[in-house]
Design a protein around this ligand. Sequence first.
Ligand code: CA
Length: 239
Amino acid sequence: MSPAGASAPAVRILLVEDEESFIDALSVGLSREGFDVDVARDGAEGLAHFATRAPDLVLLDLMLPKVNGIDVCRAIRASSDVPIIVVSAKGEEVDAVLLLELGADDYVTKPYRLRELVARMRAVLRRREHAVPWGEDEPLRQGPFRLDIDAHRCFVGDREVKLRKKEFALLQLLLENPGRVLTRDVLIDRVWGSDYVGDTKTLDVHIKRLRALLEDDPKSPRYITTVRGVGYRFELSPA
Ligand code: CA
């Protein structure tokens, strides 16, 4: 029986992982957090379980026997927008970028703390729950931030912050995807498109300026965080 009681059905997690030590630790840890954990030990089994058990969230290891994580992600995305969090070993960043472009929601590198993983899982689940279509004529709100898209105005609480065009577009994209890792390629493509020429530092310069304008401590950003080797993420973590 789930400790949460009979009223709310437990969130079902499909864990696709081939390392027994991780399987054991996660099965125990996530069950304790109230999740219902189903384990698949290779990619083929992962896809089979996905098809028959309709999980609420998939935790997907990258290096898997039979069908690798990239192909599992691609196959799931062909038919479903279930949240997928990739759990990758160190040094697999290139594959993780590809996975995010294929539609994975987030990315966690081993070794990680269970608390961090659970926080990411809850953020992704919350985002899906509240994924209401947002009309262009309404302000876009996330935490203390508000963007009036038509008027091209940005507010932090009651304070207005003046942003240049690309900064505004970059912040809009981040705010539209809270908790989601956006790869450098996605950010560059969506904000600059073919305007992005030459210097690969342009994105970082814009991020730096947004942080300077929006963060209490730009050197240790709370909202716009770096995902090393991958991209950036807008976070609204509980304080
Ligand atoms: Ca593995």
